[in-house]
Design a protein around this ligand. Structure first.
Ligand code: NAD
Ligand code: TYD
Length: 354
């Protein structure tokens, strides 16, 4: 079996569902169930013996060591993290705790397990660390996309904490020999995305008749990848990636934020027109910019294509249409995640502007 951490979050739950759709190899899913973790994301696996869910913290060494000894996974895929830049600006404590200290404890527990394995299993073992393109910092408009050689220049508390975790993973290989792999992926979107991030926030606010809060001039560029493509990339890296290598994963889909918001409005105008016949674009509202806002991210994904033959299957047009449809078809999921805690967050972050 494999151990997946953070498998009740956005990408982790998509990964677990995708993994079990492609293979019968069981998944042990360790997730703390923070505000971002949602057991409902895994509803489809109810009663499926291939999925074992444990609520717990990657930083709980005793728990992780017990789980590793009991289940003897052949690999760990580490998604568990605090992941939202705006939250890291309002308070970075949880980011330092989970992304840095938690990753350290997880690495130590996994190292103990790995050292106990018989030689053949030890050689085949993998620790795959899921990271982000944000560790590379911000690009100017004309600069070439991030390659794996790009210097780490994280700018937000979130990206700095992820960069630190990447360095720990690297060191646990270099010093202790742990067979690690790291992926640095661009912005994901798709089903089960918590509506604090740009794309799901715009969809749910549009449908609720609320403002669509665009930070600054809306010309910041992100490189969007459909979540199912990220999952297939991780499966491929786990299967064939070279130990200690990092692989950049991206969708070749660079777009300014305002274009993303307009595309969502156009799709909703088509699929769920407003009762008053007006376009959803009338809800777009420019708001104060994010402090330290990175201007542009772009991923050069040629290494993973050249070495492992991976390419995204979705274009932005196909992926965003699927995503908007998913939110239209899953209003109950949206209503449930918009709990009291979510409403408090929106109030603190947007102060009436969303
Ligand atoms: P998410 O915030 O939706 O989910 C994170 C999950 O981790 C949640 O289920 C949460 O309960 C769990 N978690 C948090 N702290 C934990 C702890 N201490 N122990 C155990 N579980 C804990 O995040 P996501 O968007 O699914 O991102 C998953 C990973 O992918 C993160 O490491 C993130 O940095 C990385 N990543 C995300 C993106 C993106 O666009 N969302 C892009 C590239 C990389
Ligand atoms: P986000 O989804 O938070 O991802 P990240 O900051 O990790 O790239 O934001 C994507 C882009 O959208 C980013 O440039 C910030 C911008 N944004 C807005 O303009 N308005 C919003 O309400 C949010 C949440 C993000």
């Amino acid at each position: 079996m494999i151990l997946v951490t953070g498998g009740a979050g956005f990408i982790g739950s998509n990964f677990v569902l995708d993994w079990l759709a492609h293979s019968d190899e069981p998944v042990l899913n360790l997730d703390k169930l923070t505000y971002a973790g949602n057991r409902r994301n895994l509803d489809r696996l109810e009663g499926d013996a291939r999925h074992v869910f444990v609520q717990g913290d990657i930083g709980d060494t005793g728990l992780v060591a017990r789980l590793l000894a009991e289940h003897r996974p052949r690999a760990v895929v580490n998604f568990a993290a605090e992941s939202h830049v705006d939250r890291s600006i309002l308070g970075a404590g949880d980011f330092i705790q989970t992304n840095i200290v938690g990753t350290f404890h997880l690495l130590e527990a996994v190292r103990g397990h790995w050292l106990d394995l018989p030689e053949a299993e030890r050689a085949a073992f993998r620790f795959l660390h899921v990271s982000t393109d944000e560790v590379y910092g911000s690009l100017t408009p004309e600069a070439p996309a991030f390659t794996e050689q790009h210097a780490y220049e994280p700018n937000s508390p979130y990206s700095a904490s992820k960069a630190a975790s990447d360095h720990l993973v690297r060191a646990w290989h270099h010093t202790h020999g742990l067979p690690v792999l790291t992926t640095n992926c661009s912005n994901n979107y798709g089903p089960l995305h918590f509506p604090e991030k740009l794309i799901p926030l715009m969809i749910v606010n549009a449908l609720a008749g609320k403002p669509l809060p665009v930070y600054g001039d809306g010309m910041q560029v992100r490189d969007w990848l459909y979540v199912g493509d990220h999952c297939s990339a991780i499966r491929r890296v786990l299967e064939a990636g070279r130990v200690a290598e990092t692989y950049n994963v991206g969708g070749w889909n660079e777009k300014p934020n305002i274009e993303i918001v307009r595309t969502i409005c156009a799709l909703l105008d088509e699929l769920r027109p407003r009762a008053d016949g007006q376009s959803y674009t009338t809800q777009i509202t420019y708001v104060k910019d994010r402090p330290g806002h990175d201007r542009r991210y772009a991923i050069d994904a040629r290494k993973i294509e050249r070495e492992l033959g991976w390419r995204p299957a979705e274009t932005f047009d196909t992926g965003i249409r699927k995503t908007v449809r998913w939110y239209l078809d899953n209003a109950d999921w949206v209503a449930e995640v918009q709990s009291g805690a979510y409403r408090e967050w929106v109030k603190a972050q947007y102060q009436g502007a969303a």
